[in-house]
Design a protein around this ligand. Structure first.
Ligand SMILES: [Ca+2]
Ligand SMILES: [Ca+2]
Length: 150
């Protein structure tokens, strides 16, 4: 049995409300759908894409002087155990204790160590084909003294 609802109109007449109700519900749904889409849009905007590196060539592990892949950089294709001997590319300045973000385009996982030569002490793991625009939240900003491909 279908329930039929009636409502009193302002002029005293009666009208079947089924269609009207459906229309109101449809409008309400339309509005909430719009609100949802709006919310999604805002969410998408708020969740901005992380800063992307400039694009080191394949196979390289690149350490950057500053956050978000900026400043000078040092490239590595294999283990380099003493950054006291490694210059930022095209400079005479050592990369020792200077790396602040990393771009690992190599096919190896790379571990950075605080103490060079022996490659021990505090360390930071960089999985192959991943990037990290800020090592500060890993407790490893300006600490790297050894770059070890593992
Ligand atoms: Ca730095
Ligand atoms: Ca160090």
């Amino acid at each position: 049995m279908e329930t039929v609802e009636w409502c009193l109109l302002a002029d005293g007449g009666q009208q079947k409300t089924g269609d009207k109700m459906r229309r109101r519900i449809a409008v309400a749904l339309g509005v909430s759908a719009l609100v949802s889409i709006g919310s999604l849009g805002l969410t998408t905007t708020a969740t901005a894409a992380p800063t992307q590196p400039s694009g080191a060539s394949a196979g390289v592990f690149r350490g950057w002087e500053h956050d978000n892949f900026t400043g000078r950089h040092a490239d590595f294709y294999d283990t380099f155990s003493e950054l006291g001997q490694k210059n930022w590319e095209a400079t005479n300045v050592k990369a020792q204790n200077g790396i602040s973000s990393v771009e690992n385009q190599s096919d190896s996982n790379v571990v950075l160590y605080d103490i060079g030569s022996a490659c021990v002490g505090d360390n930071y793991f960089s999985a192959k084909h991943t990037n990290d625009g800020n090592l500060t939240n890993n407790g490893f900003d300006n600490k790297a003294s050894c770059v070890k491909f593992v």
